[in-house]
Design a protein around this ligand. Structure first.
Ligand SMILES: CC(=O)O[C@H](CC(=O)[O-])C[N+](C)(C)C
Length: 302
């Protein structure tokens, strides 16, 4: 791939630490719109007897802030805070590891498919913590919409799920999380590296890219990631927040969604997702590159 510096390797440990910083940046920049997305995706459908609670992204934002204050948008952030930083750390680690495993000669730049496969490996690794993290996050995000405050917080939610139905309940939605995250992770990293190369002038190194160019590459990666991740994400949010026994499986969630809302239902929350995707992922990759610079300065020979 393009202008990768031959022979230059990033240590997986540095990728892991910088990935953690990236995750924290992603979360702070992106959580408010994530709350809106989940509320829009999971609100009860309109029926002849009642209207929908939120008419769209802005309506959901306005109602959430007026009812719960600005902090309402940061609801359910405890679980992702403990989850997103490690998740991104593992994701960047898996990506870095994949790149190392697939490259036999460090002087030959990676191909697009090697970058894509390495990104997918990151997606497989992260599911171990993303699946339960998403289950808890989604349950907490929707509980004030439903009016019942069943869980006091992420730890309480995890304990209750485990006590009531065991580890299977904590990991409910693992398959759909894999379906969402493995291909999208591949596309995510491939887009980031591709746009970075595209923006690197001939004869210069991709590692010395300016901040606006990193922002553009990271934001674009975030948008494309969500274009393919959103349909499985809608299914995941509905499946993970549904009362037990409501669906027989994922096909059942899909069938019901298509019957009630048509194919449009698969892109529910699109505006909130896309509004969040660019800044959150621009912040994520910028956080990664800055942390990596700091680590390289602190430990140049690692
Ligand atoms: C689907 C998802 O969680 O995407 C992550 C970025 C974001 O906007 O939250 C990135 N990743 C592909 C690493 C999971």
């Amino acid at each position: 791939m393009g202008r990768e510096e031959p022979g230059r390797k990033i240590s997986p440990v540095k990728s892991f630490v910088a990935g953690g910083a990236a995750g924290a940046c992603l979360l702070f920049a992106g959580h408010p719109l994530d709350t809106i997305k989940v509320r829009l995706q999971t609100q009860p459908k309109a029926s002849p007897s009642h209207h929908v609670l939120y008419r769209g992204t802005y309506d959901c934002f306005r109602k959430t802030v007026s009812k719960e204050g600005f902090l309402g948008l940061y609801k359910g952030m405890g679980a992702p805070l403990a989850g997103v930083a490690p998740m991104m750390a593992i994701s960047f680690f898996g990506f870095g590891l994949g790149k190392q495993l697939l490259q036999s000669d460090p002087n030959i730049p990676h191909t697009h498919s090697q970058i894509f496969l390495s990104g997918m490996l990151g997606g497989v690794f992260t599911t171990v913590i993303v699946a339960p993290g998403e289950r808890i996050k989604c349950l907490l995000q929707v509980q004030s919409t439903s009016g019942q405050l069943k869980y006091a917080g992420p730890v309480d939610c995890a304990i209750r799920l485990f006590k009531e139905q065991g580890i299977r309940s904590v990991y409910k939605g693992t398959i759909i999380t894999l379906i969402r995250d493995v291909p999208s992770n591949g596309l995510y990293f491939m887009t980031y590296e591709y746009v970075k190369c595209l923006l690197t002038p001939e004869g210069e190194s991709v590692h010395h890219l300016s901040t606006p160019k990193i922002i553009l590459a990271g934001g674009t990666a975030g948008i494309l990631n969500w274009v393919i991740a959103l349909p499985p994400d809608v299914l995941k949010s509905n499946f993970q927040t549904a009362p037990d026994g409501r669906y027989r499986g994922l096909i059942d969630v899909l069938r019901e969604l298509l019957r009630e809302e048509g194919a449009r239902g698969l892109y529910k929350g699109f505006t909130a997702v896309m509004l969040r995707a660019f800044p959150a992922n621009a912040a994520c990759f910028l956080g990664f590159e800055m942390a990596l610079k700091g680590l390289n300065w602190l430990a140049p020979n690692w």
